[in-house]
Design a protein around this ligand. Sequence first.
Ligand code: CA
Ligand code: CA
Ligand code: CA
Length: 207
Amino acid sequence: MNSKYVLAAAAVLAGSVAMPAQAAIGFAGTVLGYFNSGQGPFPGPYGGTFPGSFPVPVSTSVVLNGPTNPADFLSLPQGSFVTVGFTDETVIDGVGNDIFISEVGASGERADIFVSRNGINFVFLGTALDSSTTAFDLASIGWTGAVTAVKIVGLDNFGGSPGFDVDFIQVLPGSIGEVPEPASWAMLIAGFGMVGAMQRRRVARAA
Ligand SMILES: [Ca+2]
Ligand SMILES: [Ca+2]
Ligand SMILES: [Ca+2]
């Protein structure tokens, strides 16, 4: 292969790797699991809006993405849990706090937070508090590598909507690993395709 084309391909590759996926705050993008312990007033997921009406049945997806006004939330009574994943960022141990769990309404609720590399084995990270955004530092548990799943387990049945009221799960930009964006991957593939096409033309000309 001509060294000029190798350099062109290398430049495309370098461009895609150097480009950070997100400069903004990251939010959980997918619900990986949900369990209802039956300690609350509904057989399925419930919560509501604050201020607004609660407890009412809700989709577990209300915990995804950023804050809304009014806040939409999922309540986790004792023993219930929700597991979320990150679809467009990689969560790592950055400088300072990394993962933030937001709860609405001051009723003294608590939830235990666990993190996982593979969605199977979970490690206890800490306990989240009510009516605030509780910050967690992955360094506090000596975490290395990426977090692919966060599990939130309700510890009580407090409040008008019994249990821990999950609003959103947030990750700071400094705790988001670099992931090539789909656009960069497209460029990368196109770059290699171009090199291939040039090679084929050269071979055709030589023949
Ligand atoms: Ca950290
Ligand atoms: Ca609450
Ligand atoms: Ca509650």
